[in-house]
Ligand binder design. Structure first.
Ligand code: LRH
Ligand code: MN
Ligand code: MN
Length: 424
């Protein structure tokens, strides 16, 4: 299924007058809107292949119809999202949930939808069919060298597949850890993990990055071997320049100051990228910005400040990805909402009066500093995000157009009602 550009144009025509009114008002409130719009046009957020089917919990899964049944269909879905918002121009594969076979055909399909391959993700948190050794007691940390080798080999295989597709980074997330005190020697687990990561790192091409994701708990509930940013930092620092920490917003202990973590990792030149989502309790993987939009803004505020201080390119120098998936929404609508929330937070951060904030900080004017941040947060920037879409041929209101065009119904007609997406 493809979205006809005439349909986008007529949707935009219908909304144009009202949009322009809002844009004029926004431009009267915010300085340098042109600059912000240009940056928004360049900003792309990768879509995880595993978010295109309905997520589930360990208590159940309630799949919707027309879910993608193959990598090709997942790419088609991301193509649809990208046609609607022109901000989702990349897909992140999870191997072996995704099994790229005919690389040329897959690359041709990607080109047809104007998609790039973002980070490839390895999976040593589940046993795969025909796998020799079990990961029940961990993968890269395992006390058994043969098991560690199996996990290392899998990561190297994932790198090879990523090279074929033109991906340039590997994301490693480890479920490794322990469930009970005494189960693990922390120091040995760390050393085994480091040694395994070194072998994976050695297999990275020169232009690749290795992102090491941390997570405070789950599935192990006593200890995690890469549990927080400090632990991830300690590994990536030892590995070398190509190794960086990846921040998944749902992977922190409650109330962690994620924006400060981001700022310091950037300063240390060890921030690799993001998995965006939102949460109330743990790794809830809810729609980005659904619960804590102010936190998302504060994170982007640090990103813009820190990246500008280092002369970094916002669009290119970090990995931007969504990692959200759940039970009750149409996954495509959910992803459109996440992208929108991220864009809004980014636009708000770009609109912060940075010079005034710096002065307020230098003068210890706490009230003024808060006013500056909250003024940026409370000024409606949605017209800027919509304008960026309009200028790049996408829809002024992607969710509305998705619904008006009955995209899900079309997918159900094409793929059937009882589809099971591969992956989670
Ligand atoms: C772990 C995680 C990690 C996995 C994905 C499926 O909670 O965030 O990024 O690869 O979920
Ligand atoms: Mn993640
Ligand atoms: Mn997660």
């Amino acid at each position: 299924m493809l979205i006809d550009s005439n349909k986008i144009a007529s949707h935009n025509d219908d909304l144009l007058q009202s949009h322009q009114n809002k844009l004029i008002f926004t431009a009267s409130e915010i300085a340098e809107t042109e600059n912000i719009i240009k940056k928004l046009i360049d900003f792309q957020i990768a879509i995880p292949s595993w978010a295109l089917g309905t997520g589930g919990t360990r208590f159940g899964r309630f799949p919707g119809g027309g879910e993608p049944r193959s990598l090709e269909e997942k790419m088609e879905d991301v193509g649809l999202l990208h046609a609607l918002n022109n901000s989702s121009g990349a897909i992140s594969l999870h191997i072996p949930w995704d099994i790229p076979s005919d690389y040329n055909a897959i690359k041709a399909l990607a080109a047809q939808h104007n998609l790039k391959f973002d980070a490839v993700n390895s999976n040593t948190f589940q046993n795969q069919a025909n796998q020799e050794h079990s990961y029940k007691f961990g993968s890269l940390q395992n006390v058994n060298k043969a098991i560690r080798k199996q996990a290392v080999d899998h990561n190297i295989e994932v790198i090879k597949q990523g090279i074929e597709l033109g991906s340039e980074s590997l994301t490693v997330w480890l479920a490794d850890g322990s469930c009970f005190p005494g189960q693990l020697n922390f120091r040995k687990a760390y050393q085994n993990t480091l040694e395994s990561l070194e072998e994976i790192y050695a297999a990275l091409p020169a232009n690749w990055k290795l992102f090491l994701e941390y997570k405070c708990a789950e599935p192990n509930f006593y200890s995690t071997t890469v549990a927080d940013w400090g632990q991830s930092y300690s590994y990536v620092k030892k590995l070398g320049d190509k190794a960086l920490t990846l921040v998944d917003l749902g992977h922190h202990l409650p109330n962690a100051n994620i924006e400060q973590i981001v700022s310091l990792l950037l300063m240390e030149e060890k921030l690799g990228g993001f998995h965006f989502n939102d949460s109330k309790y743990g790794d809830d993987d809810l729609t980005a910005g659904a619960l804590k939009p102010y936190q998302l803004f504060l994170i982007f505020n640090e990103l813009v400040e820190g990246m500008d201080a280092r002369g970094m390119n916002h669009a290119k120098d970090l990995g931007w990805m969504i990692d959200a998936s759940h039970n009750v929404k149409d996954p495509m609508e959910d992803l459109l909402q996440s992208v929108e929330a991220i864009m809004i937070a980014y636009a708000q951060a770009l609109s912060v009066d940075r010079k005034a904030l710096e002065i307020a900080q230098e003068e210890n004017d706490v009230v003024r500093a808060q006013e500056i941040l909250q003024n940026a947060y409370r000024t409606d920037v949605r017209a800027l995000v919509a304008e960026a879409r309009l200028r790049s041929g996408a829809a002024l209101n992607p969710v509305a157009l998705y619904r008006n065009l009955n995209v899900r119904k079309g997918l159900i007609t094409e793929r059937g009602l009882n589809t099971i997406a591969t992956g989670l």
